[in-house]
Design a protein around this ligand. Structure first.
Ligand SMILES: NC(=O)C1=CN([C@@H]2O[C@H](COP(=O)(O)OP(=O)(O)OC[C@H]3O[C@@H](n4cnc5c(N)ncnc54)[C@H](OP(=O)(O)O)[C@@H]3O)[C@@H](O)[C@H]2O)[C@@H](O)CC1
Ligand SMILES: [K+]
Length: 513
């Protein structure tokens, strides 16, 4: 699913109005009706108090139009207009008049007005600012927003939580609504998924207001949301006459004294992801551990007992996953540097290999083209330096990806895969996966997919999705706290199977004949 920018949404809005030969207020009416239907379906006329807080632009106009539908259906409403500017939009005014026709008089709130009382059991509709926010709200508006946040009432935001910018980072977190539910028009917004702004949104849903499908289809976006539909197009079915050689050979390089488990996890994950063959390359100390734990995996050992000192092999893998558990000693740093000088194969680079690269930035230029790097936030910071906000981070990673011709997987609650100018936002995974070895499993999955012939970007996108989905299936039986990396591996099979499951259909009772 594409994530459109505010500029693109406004353009879609203009094109739709022109093509359909409708007025902008008709589009607002569509939006308001969608909002109303959503609420009405769930509330079924319940007498609970609904406070609608509206700005003076089109987001406020949506709120005012929604208020009219609510009052027409007998809901118990109170409307407030936050007068933060003199420039009321045309459609806001049209809808204000329509509301007044019903004898509903909003409370116009200015900077000195006292704040209304809101009960815990009430509902707040947040229509103060939409995607038109272009500067930090004034202090008194921030105070109103804080008052709503503090009320403990359920907050339903129209389009986007008020105070959140659509395409840039927040400047003042005190002026942002904490939404329980956002009804977002036509597209979710990128900020719903970023670490700094995501916490302002508990749940979201898209309302289709019928913006021009042709424009939406043709328009390229900087970000895409990755769900089942997107990965199904990447999936490579197995051929009947394929053999284990058809599905590639993964080499997992890593490990050091006391950290062999990470290599076991990565190697097993590569197998479970479908790699035809898997070999682990480890210091001698891990030989028995690997052989005893993973009978399907072949093992090659370094000349050194406890650490990698010379990464040298005479097999022909298709891809190398490198870095897990390997430490950052001087000997291993030299081994990695020498390896990068000669290796031409695509790499999946993780953990200590990333830390070594961060400490020795001149090695970055030796990374083979189309390699996949999988840093967690701290590793990323070591690689690209500190960032001002999430948007600054994304721009820095885009530059990095272009410069070193690689794919960067920014791990997080919503992992984002960056390739050149574009980002792919994952939707699977859960907080239980913030656990030891989870990253090692991801490295193995991406390596295993790469071995099977998935292009680097596809392997990264599909791998991140599968890994998260496996975690989501696992957590249903383990709970967040007890989820381990091994559970994720054990559920990779279920994650594959789940891709082809149809969504559950509601049970329809047969009518009595
Ligand atoms: N496009 C679509 O598909 C459809 C969109 N619809 C709805 O329209 C919404 C966008 O509406 P919008 O453009 O009128 O902007 P909105 O967010 O209401 O802000 C109002 C104005 O406030 C101003 N302003 C900004 N920051 C400020 C600040 N800190 N403090 C004070 N003032 C500030 C700024 O004007 P300025 O003062 O800069 O001239 C801005 O224009 C969208 O979210 C959706 O709900 C639907 O109706 C149907 C179809
Ligand atoms: K809003």
């Amino acid at each position: 699913m594409k994530l459109y920018s505010a500029k693109q949404i406004y353009k879609a809005d203009q094109i739709s109005i022109k093509k359909e030969e409708i007025g902008s207020n008709e589009l607002m009416e569509r939006a308001a009706l969608q909002l109303f239907n959503w609420m009405h379906l769930r509330m079924q006329g319940a007498p609970v108090k609904i406070h609608l807080f509206c700005g003076i632009g089109n987001n406020g106009g949506d709120g005012i139009a929604l208020a009219r539908h609510l009052v027409d259906h007998g809901y118990n409403i109170e409307v407030y207009v936050i007068n933060y500017s003199e420039k009321r939009s045309k459609d806001f005014l049209i809808n204000l008049d329509r509301l007044k026709d019903r004898k509903v008089w909003p409370n116009f709130m200015n900077c000195d007005d006292s704040l209304p009382e809101i009960g815990k059991e009430d509902i707040i509709v947040d229509g103060i600012f939409g995607i038109g926010l272009n500067r930090t709200p004034d202090d008194w508006v921030a105070k109103v927003i804080q008052h709503l946040n503090d009320s403990q009432a359920f907050i339903l935001s129209i389009d986007i939580p008020s105070g959140l910018f659509t395409d840039e980072g927040p400047k003042d977190v005190n002026s942002i609504i904490r939404s329980n539910f956002v009804l977002s028009f036509q597209t979710p917004k990128l900020v719903f998924f970023l670490p700094e702004t995501g916490p302002f949104i508990e749940q979201w849903e898209v309302l289709d207001i019928g913006l021009d499908p042709e424009y939406l289809k043709e328009t390229e976006t900087d970000y895409e949301l990755i769900g089942k539909n997107e990965v199904l197009t990447l999936y490579k079915p197995r051929e009947k006459y394929g053999h284990k050689g058809t599905y590639g050979h993964s080499l997992i390089v890593g490990g050091s004294y006391g950290k062999m488990g990470s290599v076991c996890l990565s190697s097993k994950a590569a197998l479970q992801a479908g790699s035809g063959l898997v070999t682990s390359y480890i210091p001698k100390i891990g030989y028995v551990i690997l052989q005893a734990s993973l009978p399907e995996v072949m093992v090659l050992t370094d000349v050194d007992e406890n650490e990698l000192s010379n990464i040298n092999f005479d097999i022909k893998p298709n891809v190398v996953g490198i870095g897990v558990g390997m430490g950052t000693t001087k000997t291993t740093t030299t081994a990695l540097a020498n390896f990068l000088k000669v290796i031409k194969l695509p790499l999946v680079i993780d953990a200590d290999a990333l830390n070594i690269l961060s400490e020795n930035k001149d090695l970055l230029k030796s990374i083979p083209e189309d390699s996949v790097l999988t840093p967690h936030p701290k590793e990323l910071e070591r690689l690209i330096g500190k960032w001002k906000d999430d948007f600054d981070k994304l721009n820095k990673v885009k530059k990095f990806s272009k410069k070193y011709k690689c794919i960067v997987v920014i791990k997080g609650a919503h992992t984002i895969i960056v390739h050149n100018e574009k980002g792919y936002v994952n939707t699977t995974g859960n907080p239980g996966m913030a656990t030891a070895g989870s990253g090692d499993v991801l490295t193995g999955v991406i390596t295993g997919l790469r071995a099977q012939g998935y292009a680097a970007l596809d392997a990264a996108i599909f791998g991140v999705y599968l890994h998260g989905r496996a975690g989501d299936i696992a957590v249903e039986s383990t709970g967040f706290q007890s989820l381990t990396a091994s559970h994720v591996i054990d559920n990779l099979a279920n994650a594959y199977l789940d891709m082809f499951k149809l969504p559950e259909q509601p049970v329809v009772e047969e009518e009595n004949k």
